[in-house]
Ligand binder design. Structure first.
Ligand code: FES
Ligand code: FES
Length: 167
């Protein structure tokens, strides 16, 4: 099958029962997309399909035929990091990094459709990605710093903000 991933057409053979998550990680070696619950609960496996965040553990690889798939490996422009990647690094939003690829891609999708979100918009957009680390404030701050809200935009948020099951 031919898939379009991060701007490249790739030919790949895989069993028809494989999820897009498995195809990306196991057949294409794109291990930036993280493997969490495999149940659509944690959001760690989010990638962009035709620009929209999709849980790759819930999509079969064959269902991505003809779609434009973006993984975290496709965010940077060669050696130049995406502004969201820069902000996550600068503001300590990466923490352990397990949820970071999904956070970055989900934030990119938000900013692509709404370049001037509020902090509540950021919180709502990222609510489907669970972070097991120290919380969401630095993540919201990093996204806010890219869209003009500033690097302290989430300072007044409850530290438990976002710690709710994904919807
Ligand atoms: S691994 Fe897909 S939602 Fe958890
Ligand atoms: S940074 Fe560790 S799970 Fe979010």
């Amino acid at each position: 099958m031919r898939l379009r991933v991060n701007g490249d057409e790739v030919d790949v053979a895989f069993a028809p029962h494989k999820t897009l998550l498995e195809v990306l990680r196991e057949d294409l070696g794109l291990t930036g997309t993280k493997h969490g619950c495999e149940l659509g609960e944690c959001g760690a496996c989010a990638v962009l399909v035709d620009g929209k965040p999709v849980l790759s553990c819930l999509l079969l690889g064959v269902e991505a035929d003809g779609a434009d798939v973006t993984t975290v490996e496709g965010l940077a422009d060669g050696p130049t990091l995406h502004p969201l990647q820069e902000a996550f690094a600068d503001l300590g939003a990466a923490q352990c990094g397990y949820c970071t690829p999904a956070m970055l891609l989900t934030a990119k999708a938000l900013l692509d459709r709404n370049p001037t979100p509020t902090v509540d918009d950021i919180r709502a957009a990222l609510s489907g990605v669970l972070c097991r680390c120290t919380g969401y404030i630095s993540i919201f701050n990093a996204v806010g710093s890219v869209c003009g809200l500033g690097p302290d935009c989430a300072a007044d948020f409850d530290a438990t903000a976002g710690k709710e099951p994904p919807r």
